[in-house]
Design a protein around this ligand. Structure first.
Ligand code: GDP
Ligand code: ZN
Length: 360
């Protein structure tokens, strides 16, 4: 996990073509150098940048360069996210391990470190709570328990310092209450609703990072929850096991290279991994989903590629020709690409376009 330092300027907000960059405790209003625009360098919230023409009095500067990104999320569009705090409720709504596992896989896919926060700890007894979080602690996931209602958030706060954090989790678990308990006045935007409204109106607002002055230091928290779409992106079924940290170390020892760890002979994962029943049930369920998706994708391409034509041939017979026209092939490739794009939720281009439309 890479903690950022305030000595590196970091983009925390964007309004049309203006970027707010946080640098050494100052918020500077910045325009990108014309060269960046010409070279179509994209600048995202979370980007670490090199500044030019810093005017400390007027708090302005120019963005001269965008430093390479560690990672980038598409929803919300934020670069260099250090961690995703996955918030679940101990109760109301009931703790759902499969949903926890789903979020953990999604976070693993995007290469961001997860933290599991089990909120509403006040609603269950300590034994019940330990039962919920135990299996995740055993695998090595960082886990905190919180109660936003009782203001019991110290463990969570300790993890936010000096990091860029995105909160995620089902609705109703207490994400905005938690942020509010951490830092009164900061409420998470409800992503789904606002997104729909924005799309309807063809306007776009961008995710922002909020600097939280904690007693222990500065934290940057995204104001929009992450992972609002719970579909796995493109992922080959035989890659899923790598995203379960308790399975991964044993995968190279499976007899078959493409072992799915279901019922194959010589499966080291089934023989040796310390895999809880509930985690394995999640794995099997996700595997089914990925296989179904792969099957759907390949049947789509077959349908579009093969146009069966009967053609009379000399001598009265008939032969079936499967016509694989170039157009049909590229159409099916386009479909697959569209599906992949949907899976990836890559509508960043669209967001940029929307912005250009609404610029004054
Ligand atoms: P979000 O949808 O994840 O942002 O959840 P909210 O923050 O809106 O909280 C949903 C509901 O759970 C609200 O009625 C909160 O008052 C309640 N809530 C949030 N945190 C806690 C908690 O720690 N304990 C209890 N008992 N209720 C909580
Ligand atoms: Zn195996």
């Amino acid at each position: 996990m890479t903690a950022w330092g305030t000595e590196t300027p970091i983009v925390i907000r964007r309004i049309t073509n203006y970027y707010t960059v946080l640098w050494e405790g100052l918020e500077l209003l910045c325009l990108p150098r014309a060269r960046l625009k010409k070279e179509q360098v994209s600048i995202r919230v979370g980007d670490r940048v090199v500044l030019d023409e810093v005017d400390r009095v007027n708090r302005t500067a120019a963005i001269a360069q965008v430093l390479p990104r560690d990672n980038e999320l598409t929803r919300p569009p934020i670069a260099n996210v250090d961690q995703a705090v996955l918030v679940f409720a101990a109760d109301r709504p009931a703790f759902d391990p499969m949903m926890v596992d789903r979020f953990l896989v999604l976070v693993a896919q995007s290469g961001i470190s997860p933290v599991l926060a089990v909120n509403k700890a006040d609603l269950v007894d300590p034994e019940g709570l330990a039962e919920q979080v135990g299996p995740y602690q055993a695998i090595g996931f960082p886990v905190v328990t919180t109660s936003a209602r009782d203001g019991d958030v110290a463990d969570l706060v300790g993890l936010l310092e000096q990091r860029v954090t995105v909160f995620a989790g089902p609705s109703g678990v207490g994400k905005s209450s938690l942020l509010n308990a951490v830092h009164p006045g900061l409420e998470l935007k409800a992503l789904d609703v606002s997104e729909k409204i924005q799309r309807g109106r063809h306007t776009t607002t961008f995710a922002s990072l909020y600097p939280l002055e904690l007693s222990s230091g500065l934290a940057l928290v995204a104001d929009t929850p992450g992972y609002s779409h719970l579909d796995f992106g493109p992922l080959a079924p035989d890659q899923l096991g790598w995203l379960f940290p308790e399975m991964a170390p044993h995968i190279p020892d499976c007899r078959f290279q493409d072992c799915l760890h279901r019922s194959e002979p010589g499966c080291a994962v089934k023989e040796r991994a310390e895999l809880s029943e509930s985690r394995y049930a999640s794995y099997l369920r996700f595997l089914d989903e990925l296989e179904a998706k792969a099957a759907r994708l390949s049947s789509t391409s077959l349908k579009d590629e093969g146009t069966v034509k009967s053609k009379a041939i000399a001598g009265g017979g008939e032969t079936k020709l499967i016509k694989l026209g170039v157009a049909a092939r590229s159409a099916s490739r386009r479909l697959v690409r569209q599906q992949l794009a949907t899976d990836l939720h890559e509508d960043e281009g669209e967001i940029e376009d929307d912005l250009d439309e609404t610029e004054e």
